[in-house]
Each structure stands twice: as C-alpha cells, then as structure tokens.
Design a protein around this ligand. Structure first.
Ligand code: 5U1
Length: 677
C-alpha cells in the first residue's frame, strides 16, 4: 500500500469510527486505537502536504484563529417555531390543521405527525456542495447568520463529506448544536481547575463554544449535533414524508434524536409529550419540549407559513426549568449520614412545574465558589425529579458590594451541628463535613427512618415527613425497630392524628413485614449500599445471617460489590447499635430473593438492549426483564444470552451475529416474558 492509499484507508477508518461513536452511539474503536490512527494520518499528511484533502478528519480543527465571523444570508430563511404551552393549544393546533387540510382534501381522518425532542441548543445550517461540507452558519435573525464553518467542522458528529457516489449539487442540512451533559460537567470542572468561571448551563456552554474565534477551543469542547430538516436542495429528489427525509439524512450519517416517533392525530401528540417527559431526565442532553410536524410534505406545502413560522409545525414546551429568584436565607440541613448541606431559602418561584422554596447549595466549597449571599438574585434550576439547585448568582443584580458585605457576609459552615450541637468533623479527602453524633442526632434519626420507610425500601404507606418528625420528637420512635412496636393508642396521642389515620398507619407498618431481604438491606441505609448492590448481596448470600458472618473477601467477591462497599458493610455490621436494631427487626424481612416467576424461566439470563424499541423505553424493558429474573448489561459478550434490538441498532447487533447469539425484537421479548411469567 502506498502513502496515498494508506491515507485514504486511514481517513475512511477514522470517519467510520466517528459515525459509530457520535451518530450510532456504538463505539467500535478503543480511544487509544483511534488516537493511534489519527496520529499516523497526521504524520503522513505532514510528510505529504500536497495530499491533504479538505474532508480529512485532521482538517476538522483549523490551526489559525479567525479575525471575526462574516455574514451568511440564508437562501431559505431559517424560521422559528410557534409555541404551545398547554394541551389546549396543541388541540387547537391540530383542529386548525385538520380544517385547512380537509378544505384541500388532504385529510379526512386523523393527521399523521412526526414528533421529536425540542433540543435546547443552537440552530445551525450546514451546506454541502457536491457532497463536500463548504459552509456552516448560525441561525442569526433567520435571514442572516454568522459563518461558523471552521467551528462546525470540529464537531465529529457532522460528516465532512456525504457518503454518496452521486451527491446532490447542493444540500443544506439543518439541525441543532448542543452540549451533552457529561461534556458540560467536564468542561466546567476543567474551567474551575483553571480558576475560571464555569458555564451556567449546557446551552450557554454550547453557544460560547460555537462562537469561538479559535476553532481549537471549539474542538476541545466536544459539541454534538442533531439534524432535523433540510433547507436548500438541488440535484436530488427528496422522500415525500418528513419521516422519510429524516431516514434519508440518517443514511447520510447525520445523527438524529432516538426519541423520534410517527404518531396519529392529536391523541398521539399528547401521549408522545407525556412519554418524552418521562425520557427527559435520563436523556444525555437538555430538551425543553417536543416538536410536532405534519408528516406528509404535500400537506406541509399546502399549510405553508404564517409570519415567521411554519403553520405545519409547533413546539410544545415543558414548563421552564430555570428561573430567577432571591435568596432569603442560607440554612444548614443535616442528612441521613450526618453530612451538613447548605440550602438556600428562596422567595417562592415556579420552576419546572412546581413551586420551589429551597435549593441545595451542595457544600461550603460550592457556596464559596458561587459566592452566594443572602439578598442575591440567583438562577434556580430543577431538572426532572432532581433536587432544585442554585446554578449561579447574577452579580450585576447584587446590591452594592460594600453594603452587602456589612449586612450579608460570606457564608461560613458551622463548627457545631445545627440540630444537636455536637462537633462537626471534616473527613480527610472529602469536601463534606459531618455531625459527629451519629443516630444520637435527631436529624440523622429522622432521615434514617425516612430512608427505611420510603417506597423503594420497606414501602410504609402514609408515613410522611411530618409524622416522622412528630414520632422522633415525641421519642416514640428512635430506630426503625420502634415502628413495629407502635399501636393506635400511642399514635392518637400525637397532634392531628385521628383514630382512622392511626389505624391506617399501623396497618401499613404491618403490611411492610415480609419484604424481601434486598429491600431490607437497602432500607438499613448502609453507606454505599444502593438498591442494585442490595439486590446483588441478597441474591448471593440468600439470608441476612449468611451476610452477617461473611468476611470482607467473601463480600468483595460479589458482582457489584468492591472492597470499599464491603468494608462499609463490615463497619456497619460490627457497630453494636446497628446489630441491636437488626436483632430487634428479626421477622420483619424475608430471607431469599424473589426469582423468576417460573423456575428456569429468565432467571440469571443476561440481556443486552440496543437501538430504540417501538413501544418500550429502555427503562421499561429493563424492569420487565429484571422482574422476570433476568439481568441487563451494557455490552455484548460470550456471557450474553439474548440481544434485544430496536430501530437503529448499532455495532452490538453485528457483535451478536458474530458471536451467534439469539437476537430478539420487542415482540419476541414480550412473548418470552409472557411465557415465563
Ligand atoms: N427538533 C426540531 N427543532 N426544530 C426547530 N425540529 C425543528 N424544526 C424546526 C425548528 C425551527 O423548523 C422546521 C419545522 C422548519
């Protein structure tokens, strides 16, 4: 192979790896191998500069800094979308369209729509001439944007050349540039390590990164891209549906949201909105709603545009997840393990669908870094079910600094527990500080009971926070074991507890007897023992007594349990107070772990999920498999029993074929679950 051939092969191999990694979510090359190929190509190109091509992966990062961005006029304007903030507005949208299309004899039944996430990023346009990426631009005001070609070229998810033998003379692909949450965390950590101010959210980070004059900086930020449409097209015919056009873009190696769906009618839209809302928290990037588009392009053409927005599409927005409010105080809360957490008391603000009055400030270092003071205007964020947090301070809104220094000095972590006044310890190597009083501290006691009773642990219905506070403060309950000694006569002595509620609570406590060992182990609140670890321990040891007599080595041998977890369990179990509580709780848990409903069914079968299943989310499929006794892992190996595939399955499917594994689709999985159930 001569140098030209080798360079050509390397380029193809590197771009294929980029597509696998960034577009198909299915990496094929280890990072070290990718870097080795990349360096080999760089060396060859340095030796033969005349053979460097514009679409070479080495050319994604321009070496020199630009002076400024020139303007790009959008030949097809980049429109914005009308917004719907309620179901009623979506229903009105569908009705408007149905009437307009019925008039044009294009719809007599329900309208077919394409639904996709509304990315919380920046809209861009990418122009390919004869298959080569020649220009990239921001949306700007929709008519004129900025030329960010060099920066867009650094995004590895964007093809530099279209994989077509006869590419169209011109193709403009539109979509959104965004930053994945994990990349956001990483660049913020790097910024903090350099003593710089972190970005407030992934969208700001993506915007700041895309508008860098030096594309090397953009490259280091690792932006992502998702396509959602086309602009100028010359020299090819496009499919006649929106979904068809999207599938065509996917075949050209453009990344598309996995959460795309085709639905029927307004019910389909509203169901999709709820479904996407559930996916939202576990998606790797931020979205702020769903976008609905009429699927048939002929119908889109008939519907046309109204002012600056297409009439055939709408963005259905989730309630805002970030809002501004004022800090009214900084309290310190004591958690289950005694950790002291500063919490901002806020002027109530509606964010992410709920009224927020408190937001975590994490720890003293975070408060110092963000320099949050009483009286400050702050950005509060609530993502999914996550505890609201203070993202940052709007320093420009801070009252005069000197004045503030006098009335609201910088926050200092107390040296005594704010609840029991015991001394506070800072553990070596940890940012957190802890109350030294253990379960003698009422705050820790309350949290331990809360943890024990929660739905995922012993699931004691009706034992809410207020009641736990009352029970602990009245000294009726000091440990979880005391719950099982309560009676109606004792409960009715508490304020605001009637006979009926007391009876219900006693019944709920009784109903929690007999929960499986895994739930009980999780309920004990041993450090580092989460639900999955508790399940693994229960499966392995079968009984609590077997675990109590196990050595650290025997515990470490359990999958999912390392030496740190094993040591933590051992420390918990030798503590006399903990042993006494466990002894007092005998009879409350049931040894053994529920297995697959039919012996030999899916028990211990190992599944891998890949691609998007038509009706089940990954989480749903995982819990169904686990409920039937199976296990879901992330990578395909000889130990895998079944690979469940959906749309756009990547290299895991090829690997399954290579290893001769059994491949199932969603339908077959459901049948298997039914048969073993
Ligand atoms: N996901 C998505 N976002 N977004 C924004 N699709 C989409 N489509 C758009 C815009 C402005 O416009 C087309 C409907 C023209």
């Amino acid at each position: 192979m001569n140098a030209t051939e080798r360079m050509c092969a390397l380029r193809a191999q590197i771009e294929a790896a980029n597509t696998q990694y960034y577009v198909l979510d299915a990496p094929t090359l280890p990072d070290a191998e990718y870097d080795r190929l990349f360096r080999e190509l760089q060396t060859l190109e340095a030796e033969y500069p005349d053979l460097v091509t514009a679409d070479s992966p080495t050319q994604r990062v321009g070496a020199k800094a630009a002076r400024g961005f020139s303007s790009v006029i959008h030949r097809v304007p980049m429109l914005s979308l009308a917004n719907a903030f309620s179901n009623a507005e979506v229903i009105a949208f569908d009705r408007r369209l149905s009437e307009a299309l019925a008039g044009a004899r294009l719809a007599d039944a329900e309208i077919e729509y394409v639904c996709e996430p509304k990315f919380d990023g920046l809209a861009v346009s990418i122009l390919y001439r004869n298959g080569l990426l020649v220009q990239g631009a921001t949306r700007g005001d929709g008519e004129t944007g900025e030329d960010v070609t060099e920066n867009l070229r650094t995004i590895r998810a964007i093809p530099l050349r279209l994989p077509l033998d006869n590419p169209p003379a011109e193709l403009e692909v539109r979509g959104e540039v965004l930053m994945m949450r994990h990349d956001f965390e990483r660049i913020n950590q790097e910024a903090l390590a350099r003593g710089e101010k972190p970005f407030v959210n992934p969208r700001n980070a993506a915007a700041g990164s895309l508008r860098q004059l030096d594309s090397r900086v953009t490259a280091a930020r690792r932006l992502s891209f998702f396509a959602y449409g086309v602009g100028v097209v010359q020299g090819t015919d496009l499919p006649e549906t929106q979904a068809g056009q999207m599938a065509w873009l996917a075949s050209l190696h453009f990344p598309l949201a996995h959460e795309r769906r085709v639905v029927q009618g307004v019910d389909g839209l509203l169901d999709y909105f709820v479904w996407l809302g559930v996916q939202r928290a576990s998606m790797p990037y931020d979205i702020d709603g769903a976008v609905y588009k009429v699927n048939a392009i002929a119908a889109q053409t008939v519907l046309g545009f109204v002012s600056r927005a297409p009439r055939f599409a709408i963005a259905h927005k989730y309630p805002a997840q970030e809002e501004l409010t004022v800090v009214e105080g900084i309290d310190v809360q004591v958690g289950r393990t005694g950790v002291l957490t500063p919490v901002a008391r806020l002027k109530p603000v509606f964010v992410g669908g709920v009224t927020v009055t408190n937001a975590t400030l994490h720890n003293a270092d975070e408060v110092a870094k963000k320099d949050v003071r009483v009286g400050d205007t702050v950005i509060v964020r609530r993502a999914g079910d996550v505890i609201p947090e203070v993202v940052g301070v709007l320093l420009e809104r801070r009252p005069m600094r000197d004045l503030l220094e006098a009335i609201s000095p910088a926050f200092v972590m107390p040296t005594q527990c704010p609840v029991c006044a015991a001394s506070v310890l800072r553990i070596e190597g940890e940012v957190a500080v802890r109350c030294s009083n253990g379960l003698a501290c009422p705050a820790q006691r309350k949290q331990a009971i809360r943890h024990f009773a929660q739905r995922r642990a012993m699931d004691i219905e009706g034992l809410g926070d207020k009641l736990i506070d009352q029970l602990v403060e009245s000294a009726y309950v000091g440990t979880p074991a005391d719950l099982y000694r309560l009676d109606v006569a004792t409960l009715v002595r508490l304020d605001r507890i009637g006979e009926k509620s007391a009876e219900n609570l006693i019944a709920a406590i009784a109903a929690s007897r007999g929960r499986p060992l895994s739930r009980f182990l999780f309920a004990l609140g041993i450090r580092h023992v989460g639900e999955e670890t508790a399940k693994a321990l229960a499966r392995h040891f079968g009984s609590l007594d077997a675990l109590l007599t196990a050595s650290i080595e025997q515990m470490s041998a359990v999958v999912d349990v390392g030496s740190v977890v094993a040591a933590s369990i051992a420390v918990f179990m030798v503590e006399p107070h903990n042993r006494a509580v466990i002894e007092a709780l005998r009879g409350v848990w049931t040894d053994g772990e529920p297995q697959a409903r039919k012996a030999g069914g899916l028990a211990r079968k190992v599944f891998v999920l890949t691609g998007t299943l038509p009706n089940l989310s990954r989480e749903e499929a995982k819990s169904l498999i686990e409920a039937a006794g199976g296990k879901v892992t992330g990578s395909v190996s000889k130990k895998t029993d079944f690979v469940v595939v959906g749309a756009e399955a990547g290299s895991k499917l090829s690997k399954a074929h290579e290893l001769g594994l059994t491949v199932l689709d969603e339908h077959e999985l459901k049948r298997m679950l039914e048969e073993t159930g």
